[in-house]
Design a binder for this molecule. Structure first.
Ligand code: NAP
Length: 457
């Protein structure tokens, strides 16, 4: 290794350390912003160092690609709404998988006399990257509503398993040197690309988030494998870290929805949806003035934010409301479900942004036993995460998902615009209970009305 290469590899190691420190800092809302900067500096160092690698050509082409990528990513990241984050993650993650697959393809087509370990890892990374590429694009299409439905048919999973086995069998032929012609390598990539589409098409509803997280982990792994192929330490470390973090996140999300990864990846039957007709009782409305009085004279109020609070951008007003209640001596707490909103930590980020102190924010397992002693549960823009049907109806799509036990509170006030269902499309039996009152309107407008009604007391 020349001295230039040694310096570059050392910079890669420093960059990898910055990625890890950045990731660690991203685990808390207070340090997350600087964590992103640390990781970004690491990425910049690794990119710049690569330009000095001996034998690098096509500087203009590389610089043009980086420029275009930076402009497009910078523009879209600034424009994207918080509520559209999962779509953006799916799309960019797919690009990462595609890039890893492209590296594998270049190496495999360029040189047929690669060492055994390099050929093996290039192929594994190429297959995983290709699956992640097309799978993430389908996930993006589904979240955007461009692809509707769940496309399930008998024998589908067997076909998918055959496709996977086929790509592995062809890879064995290439690795063992039995046959390594370009057509065979092309076939492996095409099968993997088809597999990504075929695996993702039958998945729908709340499971989409778990799948996106899984593809994120797979992209990380693919990048790690291709890092080995290129002998690039920062790619190996960054890819492995993303792979490990993505795997943990996938497990956490699946657990929060009481699903196994197998049940998410191999769904059976049509996605069931409980219709409103099946629910007994009626929704009873309440005015903001009455809801304000109810909360102002309560001893304990638990606020449950959900996706609708993010849409309405009501977090500041909700915090203002909470402060008024706290000043009146009310015990106010926030209850956060792990899959509330549209991305992990969505509600935590919004509440942190509004200045809600962390000691007032509780996870589902910390707060659930408190609902029984709670006078008012204020559900603002949440739906699926408080649907008691998850406890009672085994035929429901969300059956078994741990929920926030808002229905155990003495009174429940639900803020939403109308009769809209949640992400899963299932009717919510909480809204029909005797102790529930519906406070209709946009989350921010209603929170403002509540603030005004309490100020007038
Ligand atoms: P949800 O079930 O999607 O329900 C959101 C509710 O907000 C809707 O009932 C809607 O009713 C109301 N709403 C929308 N805009 C509003 C506004 N401007 N003002 C007031 N209300 C508004 O939300 P959730 O309870 O947070 O549950 C999250 C769901 O998303 C789960 O099913 C979860 O599995 C899924 N998911 C989560 C993630 C994640 O990582 N967190 C990722 C993807 C999917 P109206 O239309 O009647 O107003």
């Amino acid at each position: 290794m020349s001295s230039v290469e040694t310096i570059i590899q050392s910079i890669y190691v420093v960059a990898a350390v910055l990625f890890i420190v950045g990731l660690k800092r991203m685990s808390s809302p207070t340090t997350a912003r600087t964590g992103i900067i640390w990781a970004g500096v690491g990425m910049l160092m690794a990119t710049v160092a690569t330009f000095f690698y001996p034998g690098i050509e096509n500087f203009l082409l590389i610089a043009t690609a980086i420029f275009l990528g930076t402009v497009i990513a910078g523009y879209t990241a600034k424009k994207v709404e918080m509520t559209e984050m999962p779509e953006m993650i799916a799309l960019y993650n797919g690009m990462g998988g595609g890039a890893a697959a492209a590296i594998a393809a270049v190496e495999l087509f360029k040189d047929h006399h690669l060492p055994l370990s390099v050929t093996t890892l290039a192929l594994i990374g190429g297959i995983i990257g290709s699956i992640s590429f097309t799978g993430s694009l389908v996930a993006f299409g589904k979240l955007q509503g461009m692809i509707k439905g769940t496309f399930r048919f008998k024998g589908q999973h067997q076909i998918n398993i055959l496709l996977l086995l086929g790509s592995i069998a062809l890879s064995v032929l290439v690795v063992t040197g039995f046959d390594s012609n370009a057509t065979l390598v092309t076939a492996i990539f095409i099968i993997a690309l088809i597999l990504g589409i075929a695996m993702t098409m039958p998945i729908g509803g709340g499971d989409m988030a778990v799948v996106i997280s899984l593809y994120n982990a797979l992209t990380g792994l693919a990048v790690g494998f291709e890092g080995y192929v290129l002998q690039n330490y920062s790619m190996i470390i960054a890819g492995t870290v993303v792979g490990a973090a993505g795997t943990l996140l996938t497990q956490l999300m699946a657990k929060a929805m009481n699903k196994t990864l197998v049940s998410v990846l191999f769904p059976f039957g049509e996605a069931s949806q409980t219709s409103g007709d099946a629910v007994e009782g009626e929704m009873k409305p309440i005015e903001a003035g009455d809801a304000g009085i109810m909360m102002a004279f309560a001893q304990k109020v638990i606020i449950i934010p959900g996706y609708g609070m993010a849409v309405a951008q009501a977090q500041q007003k909700v915090w203002e409301l909470s402060q008024l209640l706290i000043e009146r001596g009310v015990d106010v707490k926030f209850a956060i479900h792990p899959v509330a909103g549209r991305m992990p930590g969505h509600m935590n980020v919004l509440l942190a942004e509004a200045g809600v102190p962390y000691e007032l924010i509780f996870d589902e397992d910390e707060i659930n036993q408190e609902f029984k002693s709670c006078d008012v549960a204020l559900v603002i823009g949440a739906n699926d995460v408080v649907n008691p049907i998850a406890r009672t109806d085994p035929s429901s799509e969300i059956y078994g998902m741990p929920i926030l036990d808002a229905d155990y509170a003495s009174n429940v006030i639900v803020v939403k615009r109308g009769q809209g269902t949640g992400f899963s499309g299932i009717e919510n039996i909480l809204f029909f209970l005797d102790n529930t009152r519906m406070l209709y309107g946009d989350g921010k407008a209603v929170a403002t009305d509540l603030v005004n009604s309490i100020k007038e007391l």
